[in-house]
Structures are given as structure tokens and as C-alpha cells.
Design a protein around this ligand. Structure first.
Ligand code: ATP
Length: 303
């Protein structure tokens, strides 16, 4: 997909209440959604996060106010309707066509994405027979299938196994790197920590910007670390100013192994994937063994 520039969606004076006399769940929401951004929405249970995401996804309308500038949008709902009369591949191909893909393209992409999420073996399983985790993979794949400009993820990682969560992290980084925008809610505060361009909190019906991602700060040099195996163009040095000051070491088959605090892994992935020319990410795994106290820093200085 060509890189998007300057495409915005705007929420202006948006309010939502359910029923004529229901309480206002959201009031006077004003939000500019820029192209090429990763935005996180936080808030207590029942504060209105899903309500906001449904408005952003375009599957619900504001009671008052205006939403302008709708990009091509895909959405992973908090609850995915699993009991649909399709096989997984049949459903995804159908959805791909709804998103404007030709049948062969839709079924090819469905197969690729199912394989990437480790669910290729379930392509022909009826949706109603899928496990919860596989059903969630299908929910995620239907949204990724057609390279949406705006991807709205409501707790999309919940129910995925760790490998699939990593795949989704990477897919999000790729979407943003390609100029798309991703808006997400997740109960895990470490989800894509350090990578978000903006954080917002829903409280008392209002949406307010939060301070820049505090989790990107130095204390997260301690804690879990992620190993990224990446392959660059032949003979190329790694991009300058790698986020998270990764430790660098040769990996298998001519790859470079970058070990970074987990909180910085998405920002690092994004830097690698958007390098010119881009680096290819071969594997992303959790680091084994002792943390950074025992590691020898050998990477770039922190930006
Ligand atoms: N379809 C609906 N009809 C009536 N009330 C609704 C509907 N959807 C949400 N609500 C109410 O709106 C409020 C906000 O709900 P919402 O699901 O948006 O919150 P949330 O922040 O996503 O919650 P959680 O973190 O528990 O998922 C709640 O009081 C909820 O009961």
C-alpha cells in the first residue's frame, strides 16, 4: 500500500448515550486521528473504551457530534461472533471480497495470514468448531487481510497464544510503518509499550490525552528482554539510533541478533522494518536467562 500522508479522521464534539434517557457514556470527544500513528486508549472497566472504538471503527454512530474523514477501516471487536456458517478460510475469503479484494487474492491472503498466525491447519474447520484462541486468530486475520488504513483493535491480543501475540505486535508495527494508523485497547500496560505515538484515557465520559508513554523510560531497561533476529541488505550496517539500545550479536545464517528490553521491541521492530532499504525480521522471541545486569551492552547509544 502506498504510504499515507496527511490523511486525518476527526471526531468533533462527539457524544454517545445508549437509549433516549441513558447516561452519556462519552461527551464532547474531540480527537484527530493522524495517518501513520499508533494510538493507545486506556480507561477503567466500563469507562467507554469499546464505545469509542466502535465509533472509530464506524460500526456505531455518535448520538451527537461529527466524525469526518473516514479511511478504509478494519476492526477487531472485543467479542467476535464465532458461530458463523463458514469455514475459517471461507469466512476470510468472503470478508476479503467485502473489503474489495478479488476472490483469488482474498483466499491467498487468508491462507498466508492464517499460516503466519499458526492456524493454517484450521482453514477448513467450520467457524463454530474453532477453539476460542483460533477463533480470535480469525478475528484478527479478517481485520489485517486487506491492509486497512485504520485498524481498530479492541483487546485483540486477548485469547491469543504468546507466539500469535508476537505476530500481531509485528503486524501492527508493519501497518504503522506502511503509513496506516492503529488504535488499540489492551488490558496489558506493557502491550506495545514505548511504541505508541499517543495515549488517551477515557474517564467520566471524557477523552483526555495522557502524558507521553511513561513506560518508555529507563526503568524498563530492567525486566523482560526480547531477541529479534533480523537480516539486512548484504554488508549493510544496522540503522543508526536503534531504539532501546539493543545488544548486538551475530545470529544464525548471517542474521543480526538484537536483544532489547521488551518494552522497546516494537519501536525497534518499526525502525528495522522502515529502514531504507528495510531489514527483514526473521524471528522475535523472549530472551532466556539473566537480564541486562549480566548483559554486556554493545549496541548503539540510546537516542
Ligand atoms: N450496546 C449497549 N447498550 C447499552 N449500554 C451499553 C452498550 N454498550 C456499552 N454500554 C454501556 O456503556 C458503558 C461503557 O461501556 P464500554 O463497553 O464502552 O466500556 P469499556 O471501557 O470498553 O469497558 P471494559 O473495559 O469493561 O470492556 C457501560 O456502562 C456499558 O454498560
Amino acid at each position: 500500500m502506498p504510504r499515507q500522508t496527511g490523511q486525518w479522521m476527526r471526531l468533533d464534539g462527539v457524544g454517545r448515550r445508549y437509549g433516549l434517557r441513558g447516561p452519556w457514556v462519552l461527551r464532547e470527544v474531540r480527537l484527530d486521528v493522524p495517518a501513520g500513528a499508533l494510538l493507545r486508549v486506556e480507561g477503567a472497566n466500563g469507562s467507554g473504551k469499546s464505545t469509542l472504538l466502535r465509533l472509530l471503527a464506524g460500526i456505531d454512530r455518535p448520538t451527537v457530534g461529527r466524525i469526518t474523514g473516514r479511511p478504509r477501516t478494519a476492526y477487531v471487536p472485543e467479542r467476535f461472533p464465532a458461530a458463523l456458517p463458514f469455514t475459517a478460510a471461507g469466512y476470510l475469503t468472503h470478508l476479503g471480497r467485502v473489503h474489495g479484494l478479488r476472490t483469488a487474492e482474498a483466499s491467498g491472503r487468508a491462507a498466508e495470514w492464517l499460516a503466519r498466525f499458526g492456524a493454517a491447519g484450521h482453514a477448513r474447520t467450520p467457524m463454530a468448531e474453532l477453539s476460542k484462541g483460533t477463533s480470535q486468530k480469525v478475528a484478527v486475520v479478517q481485520a489485517l487481510l486487506a491492509d486497512p488504513e485504520l485498524l481498530v483493535l479492541d483487546e485483540a491480543w486477548t485469547g491469543l497464544d504468546p507466539a500469535a501475540r508476537d505476530v500481531l505486535d509485528r503486524a501492527v508495527a508493519e501497518r504503522v510503518a506502511a503509513g496506516g494508523t492503529v488504535v488499540f485497547v489492551d488490558h496489558d500496560p506493557r502491550r506495545l509499550a514505548g511504541a505508541a505515538d499517543g495515549r488517551f484515557r477515557v474517564a467520566d465520559g471524557h477523552l483526555r490525552p495522557e502524558a507521553p508513554d511513561a513506560t518508555a523510560d529507563a526503568p524498563l531497561q530492567a525486566g523482560p528482554r526480547t531477541v529479534i533476529e533480523a537480516e539486512g541488505p548484504p554488508g549493510a550496517a544496522p540503522p543508526a539510533d536503534l531504539p532501546g539500545a539493543p545488544d548486538l550479536a551475530p545470529g544464525p545464517d548471517g542474521t543480526l541478533r538484537l536483544t532489547v528490553p521488551a518494552a522497546h521491541s516494537d519501536a525497534l521492530l518499526r525502525t528495522l522494518l522502515t529502514a531504507r532499504p528495510p531489514w527483514h525480521v526473521r524471528a522475535v522471541t523472549a530472551a532466556q536467562g539473566p537480564g541486562p545486569d549480566a548483559a554486556v551492552p554493545g549496541g548503539n547509544p540510546r537516542p
